[in-house]
Write a protein that binds this ligand. Structure first.
Ligand SMILES: Cc1cc2nc3c(=O)[nH]c(=O)nc-3n(C[C@H](O)[C@H](O)[C@H](O)COP(=O)(O)OP(=O)(O)OC[C@H]3O[C@@H](n4cnc5c(N)ncnc54)[C@H](O)[C@@H]3O)c2cc1C
Length: 822
């Protein structure tokens, strides 16, 4: 206990739990943005959790997420000016930063990343091993291929930064109290009402859980799932090394598991070992303050040896300290941020995966904007708490996954990599059948989903991850071609599925949807849901089964977002939302011969006249009754079949048998990606996100401005239309050289000037080159139309090489939609 605690206020607009860097940054930004009625409660003293012992690396280079990169840049800027504002030093020093590449794959990765980072304003330069040596003379550089140097990056003092944020928050009117543990969060009717503490309760409109590694257990008490896990995290500090200067840049060598910088005259060697150790699975002790963990020398010995070999003098210098402290890691190495799906006005900002100091300034700004305005102003699809599921908070899941997630920080970030731990959590009813067919599975929101299939007699293994064509490239190509020329079967049981029923179900969904979804029964409609600002909230299909029953289908990652969006907007409507994801398998049969295939196993008339594009009806297949919807997400004639889970295997077997006669192949998610990107179909969270308007995303065709009753976000769409040319538009980009591969974040140039980057990309086996979708800035004053596209010379910067490209507003594959409607 820290003396007598001050009198608690009875109420506050916002209560923030936790006085680490994140909580203080949220308080600082809320107060700066005008919300002064903010109370931060810290259990012990500010910084006493994880923040106090962070290494304070401030590194803007390295991410292909725009949101993360912008947060890093913002933090550096903020920490640089906080001292002038508050009088409290942040210790921020732009000593520079070098990331070294010791093999060709990492060189490729960093070249790709540096192109993207430069586009976002980071002045990163590729330098030679000789130059690395000049900047960090104690490094061994004989085995290196290159370094990537940012002069403006450097280091900060995490305690100094946090204290400066706290002081700045107080100067702006926020109240920060130490020695007050929050014991619970009160709620009423599904929304937060305040917090409880041993010293009294505080009523609040909003609670922000910034409790670091305690966030999971605090949230669990309110029924909120925050699946983060603390893990051992190490750095070693050597005795004094006279030749070392504190002006040298921070050096990072992921290939040796280590980063290096000067610390009080010695060398700090920080580690991200490939196999890691979770800490305290059950609960983090309430009294763990300014704490350390007993280091495990045996486990860390080999990694330390490898890291030390990058700066050899460290091996012959005495060790002053091997420090081990806990840090929170998440299942996908992305932070857990946003409003909890389980409880309205309960915000979370935790699970920082060892970049909480680096991103903390930016994250505080994002959170404050989100809370004050009710919506974020950056793409949060990758970090939104609602991407995660309750089962991921299970101790067994956390124990298993955390072993891998910390180590992922320093792995080469191959774009086709899938997590290897905690697998087999969710199996489709077809799993064993698909495994027997040679499926190579990837983790899709916990589901085992086929990525591609090996031909008979070949093991479905990835021989070597790379940035080029891998061993499975020809299998993928064959699946893609079968979809365009014959037929494919895809198991998409992981899609999230909802039944919305009730007298007002149609009215309710039509108000949520930008498109008209309450027309004739037996029809599917592709639509977006928009927020009040007209930005995308979801991208999905709504099928009207009858006047009071609708079938809503969204992607796996949007599962909880879509469900929460519906529930939070229900109001007084007589409508009920049921999640039926687990109750139905989804089998996709697509391709020009899909009708012929299915017609052979059903008595329903599948002719174009009887069963047109967008029609939905129950059909018989064998002993099963199946909801069959004629729709496609890859640009061919095709059908989605929704089958009761217990009959999915039965229906699958019938399809496979009939498929033999039409050359049907099984296809995985790689084929789906290449097919849909050739056709320019969007994927929310990949190429479109919550910062895009429906018009910028090129989805104006799916907006019905005339329908009676209007829809949520309509005013914003009307206003945007009236405002003249769009600020930016999503385009399809195809490189004309058949060789290079694109994945994400490659920078697009028009007449030599960078104008955007690939949000998502794949290889277009039919178009004959890498293809993707890029959000492109409009020319100043003029429309971004096809004439503007045709008048320019387009290139894509792929790892520093400029590759000629084409840009198109219309789909490059089947722009007339002829194949879909045949
Ligand atoms: C060895 C090591 C090196 C690192 N190096 C870097 C680096 O170089 N760069 C970088 O960016 N990051 C680094 N990190 C990560 C960084 O330290 C964290 O990401 C960051 O400190 C997380 O901040 P936080 O505010 O979320 O958590 P914390 O600092 O843990 O703050 C949470 C606070 O909540 C309080 N709290 C918990 N429960 C309650 C409750 N019920 N009521 C009231 N208060 C409560 C705790 O006391 C604590 O003060 C490093 C971490 C480690 C372990």
């Amino acid at each position: 206990m820290l003396g007598t605690p001050p009198q608690l206020p009875q109420r506050a607009r916002v209560v923030i739990v936790g006085g680490g860097i994140i909580g203080c940054s949220v308080a600082y930004h809320l107060a700066h943005m005008g919300w002064k009625d903010v109370v931060l409660l810290e259990r012990d003293r500010l910084t006493s959790g994880t923040t106090w012992h962070a290494a304070g690396l401030m590194v803007t280079f390295g991410s292909t997420s725009q949101t993360s990169t912008e947060m890093r840049k913002y933090s550096c800027g903020l920490y640089g000016r906080l001292e002038a504002e508050t009088g409290q030093s942040t210790g921020f020093r732009a000593t520079g930063f070098i990331e070294v590449a010791g093999d060709r794959d990492r060189l490729e990765e960093y070249r790709r990343v540096s192109t993207f980072n430069r586009h976002l304003g980071i002045d990163v330069h590729e330098i030679s091993p000789r130059q690395v040596k000049d900047l960090f003379p104690l490094a061994r550089t004989d085995d290196l291929l290159a370094g990537f140097y940012v002069k403006e990056d450097g280091r900060a003092d995490p305690v100094g930064v946090t204290m400066a944020l706290a002081k700045g928050a107080r100067q702006q009117g926020a109240t920060l109290l130490e020695g007050i543990p929050v014991t619970g969060v009160t709620q009423k009717a599904g929304a937060v009402t305040g917090v409880t503490t041993p010293f009294g309760n505080i009523e609040a409109e909003y609670v922000v859980n910034c409790a670091g590694m305690w966030a999971r257990q605090l949230a669990a008490g309110s029924g909120v799932s925050v699946p983060l896990q603390a893990a051992e995290h190490y750095y070693l500090i050597t005795e004094r090394i006279p030749a070392l200067s504190n002006d040298w840049p921070v050096l990072e060598d992921p290939g040796s598991y280590g980063y290096f910088r000067e610390e009080v005259g010695g060398l700090m060697i920080g580690l991200f070992e490939p196999v890691c150790a979770p800490w305290n699975l059950r609960a983090i002790p309430d009294d763990f303050s300014f704490g350390e963990i007993q280091p495990d020398w045996d486990r860390m010995g080999p990694y330390l040896e490898k890291a030390m070999s990058r700066v050899p003098i460290s091996a012959s210098t005495g060790v002053k300290k091997l420090f081990c402290g806990p840090e929170s890691f998440t299942p996908d190495l992305r932070p857990i941020v946003g409003e909890a799906p389980e409880l309205a006005n309960y915000f979370v900002a935790a699970g920082l995966n060892s970049i909480g100091i680096l991103t903390g300034g930016g994250l505080g700004r994002v959170m404050a904007h989100w809370i004050i305005n009710g919506r974020p102003d950056v793409d949060v699809t990758g970090m939104n708490i609602d991407r995660l599921h309750a089962y991921q908070a299970n101790p067994e899941y956390r124990r298993t996954r955390t072993v891998e997630s910390l180590g992922m920080v320093y792995q080469c970030h191959y774009p086709t990599h899938t997590m290897q731990t905690a697998r087999g959590a969710k199996l489709s009813p077809l799993h064993d059948r698909l495994a027997a067919r040679g499926a190579y599975f990837k983790d899709v929101s916990g589901w085992e989903a086929p990525d591609w299939y090996a031909p008979p007699g070949i093991e479905p293994t990835v021989e070597r991850l790379s940035w080029t064509r891998q061993n499975w490239f020809p299998y993928w190509q064959a699946e893609h071609t079968a979809a365009r020329e014959a037929a494919i079967l895809m198991d998409m049981s992981f899609m999230s599925k909802f039944v919305v029923e009730g007298r007002d179900a149609g009215r309710f969904l039509n108000w949520l949807s930008a498109n008209h979804v309450d027309g004739a029964a037996g029809q599917i409609t592709y639509t977006q849901w928009l927020d009040v600002a007209g930005k995308l909230a979801a991208d999905l299909t709504v099928t009207k089964l009858d006047d009071e029953r609708f079938w809503v289908v969204a992607s796996d990652t949007a599962h909880r977002h879509v469900e929460t969006w519906m529930k939070r907007h229900l109001g007084d409507h007589h409508a009920f939302v049921a999640d039926v994801t687990s109750g139905f398998g989804q089998i996709n049969v697509q391709g020009p011969r899909s009708r012929e295939l299915l017609q052979a196993i059903t008595s329903a008339d599948l002719s174009n006249e009887a069963f047109a594009f967008r029609a939905a009806q129950y059909i018989d297949i064998g002993f099963a009754r199946v909801l069959c919807i004629r729709i496609t997400y890859l640009g061919e004639l095709g059908y989605e079949l929704y089958v009761p889970a217990e009959q999915t295997v039965h229906v699958y077997d019938r399809i496979v048998l009939a498929g033999e006669r039409v050359g049907m192949k099984h296809a995985g998610l790689k084929a789906l990606a290449s097919l849909r990107l050739e056709k320019g179909y969007r994927d929310f969270g990949h190429d479109i996100d919550n910062t895009d308007s429906v018009l910028e995303a090129g989805l104006g065709f799916a907006v019905d401005l005339e329908k009676p009753g209007g829809f949520l976000g309509k005013q914003a769409v009307v206003a945007e239309k009236a405002a003249g040319p769009l600020r930016q538009r999503l385009l399809q980009i195809l490189v004309t050289d058949p060789e290079p591969m694109m994945f994400h974040a490659e920078v697009v140039r028009r007449n030599g000037t960078p104008v955007g980057y690939l949000r998502a990309a794949s290889y277009g086996h039919t178009l004959g080159g890498a293809v993707g979708l890029a959000m492109i800035d409009a020319p100043s004053g003029g429309p971004l139309d096809q004439a503007f596209l045709d008048a320019g010379t387009w290139e894509v910067d792929i790892a520093g090489t400029l590759v000629p490209a084409r840009a198109s507003l219309r789909p490059l594959y089947d722009p007339e939609n002829k194949r879909i409607k045949m």
